[in-house]
Design a protein around this ligand. Structure first.
Ligand SMILES: [Zn+2]
Length: 171
């Protein structure tokens, strides 16, 4: 804990005590980018713990003995899970993935293939075609499996399908 500002650590602990939440044993169950996919859109999240209003990458923290999750910044996540390195690594790998996705989107595109499309990445292939069962929607095919739902919604456009393909290539 020596690389965390002691004042910040103390403030976070006090806040948890104040609301009666557990001080230790939190786990990160999810992470998201407050800016979403729009790179130029200026929007930041507020840390539920310290109130910092400039959180770009949000760590969603959960505890078995607490009903609600906390959406916090990197430092607070590190404090809550008792491991600042884990929180920083997680944030670094998300940033890294974001920039790889950005690069992928500018260098790859769906190429017409048979009755649909195809995209190649590091020797892997994904295919895209109109979803016969759901008019107006797309279906992806990758590794002999079919994928129709991305982030809880049907795939309606080719750009989303390309992001989805990137996820599949990296899964
Ligand atoms: Zn915070």
């Amino acid at each position: 804990m020596d690389r965390i500002n002691k004042k910040h650590w103390g403030a976070c602990m006090n806040k948890l005590k104040e609301i009666g939440a557990p001080l230790y044993g939190w786990k990160c169950i999810d992470m998201f980018d407050a800016k979403g996919d729009e790179e130029d859109e200026l929007s930041y999240a507020t840390c539920d713990l310290c109130g910092n209003t400039n959180v770009r990458f949000v760590h969603v923290m959960k505890h078995d003995q607490w009903p609600e999750v906390f959406e916090v910044g990197c430092v607070c996540a590190g404090i809550m899970e008792g491991n600042i390195d884990a929180a920083r690594d997680r944030e670094r790998s998300m940033k890294n993935k974001k920039s790889r996705l950005k690069r992928f989107m500018t260098t790859h595109t769906w190429m017409p293939y048979k009755s649909g499309y195809r995209v190649d990445y590091k020797g892997k292939h994904a295919y895209l075609f109109k979803d016969f069962y759901n008019p107006g929607c797309f279906c992806l095919s990758y590794g002999r499996k079919y994928f129709r739902i991305y982030n809880g919604a049907r795939v309606m456009d080719m750009n989303t399908a390309l992001v989805y393909a990137f996820e599949l290539f990296n899964s």
